[in-house]
Design a protein around this ligand. Sequence first.
Ligand code: ATP
Ligand code: MG
Ligand code: MG
Length: 348
Amino acid sequence: GATIGILGGGQLGRMLSVAAARLGLHTHVYEPASNPPAADVAHAVTTAPYDDVAALTAFARSVDLVTYEFENIPTEALDIIEAITPIHPNRRALGTSQDRLVEKAFLQDIGLTVAPFADITDAASLDAALTTIGTPAILKTRRFGYDGKGQARLKSPQDAATALADMAGAPAVLEGFVTFTSEISIIAARNPQGEVACYDPGENIHRDGILHTTTVPANIPASLRMDAVLLAGKILNMLDYVGVMGVELFVTPKGLIVNEIAPRVHNSGHWTQNGCAVDQFEQHIRAIAGWPLGDGSRHSDVVMENLIGDDMDKVPTLAREQNCAIHLYGKVETKAGRKMGHVNRIKT
Ligand code: ATP
Ligand code: MG
Ligand code: MG
């Protein structure tokens, strides 16, 4: 069978490796940190930094194709790999989602609605943007932000100086604050043959900037469910995308607004493990390996809840609960804010 290279050995890399193994494929995980969650299940692991040319070269030669579990892979590392073996999802999809400004411009260009936004480089551009966009608003670093990190909220233009200081000189975007009724996300997949399959949108609740629960079905009208499917398909087709993507959306009285896209399996898609015959991890492996896709249909309603930090103490109690599937990542050290696992409660 083929061997799939995975950049990143966290929980997503681990669950991708499990899915690949079930399809009779091998995975080779590349991860700078030692003993990553994926090491338990991958066929091979390379422990080396992303600037180790020899290690990257050997890794790329040992696999048939490369995928990734996170967006922030250095361009130079990708160049070395891509000279040897294909990368899915492609570089354009990755480059677009690595930079919030490029991402928002792309989404707007293909006719989708995003929050009003502006490129912020200094105090003058922030002042100008505040005049057009107004407050409340959110200033976000263009790159490297996740779990709400690298963001500052502006209640009024008086907050400009502190918000800019929070960016520590990093290039940023200002976004108008969207008054949403709820947040949903849609997990979509496309294979090289151009087949597209979407899962039902899930409704997301965040706590302290981190995803807390995803509930399917989302409490939205069927028309919005269809809008989410159509816009996700458009994004994938426009990027000639291969793999699974997570699309985060705001639900507003005027329709859906795209918040951000993630070119990978997504935390808000973990419910598919116990709600669908083919989950997002298998779907991603199928897509990048050129297999037919699962159709995305859902056999059960599910509430996914993340286990973060001390939530691990709840595991003995959770283990007594019926219809509660436990997924733990095997992380050695528990830290506040660290994703340790999740549970999928099946609603019967
Ligand atoms: P993730 O971990 O999902 O990658 P992130 O750090 O990239 O998160 P965002 O998704 O941009 O951050 O924002 C985190 C949360 O902040 C959103 O889910 C939403 O609740 C809120 N938020 C972000 N942008 C806006 C906005 N323009 N208007 C209103 N709320 C927003
Ligand atoms: Mg994000
Ligand atoms: Mg987000």
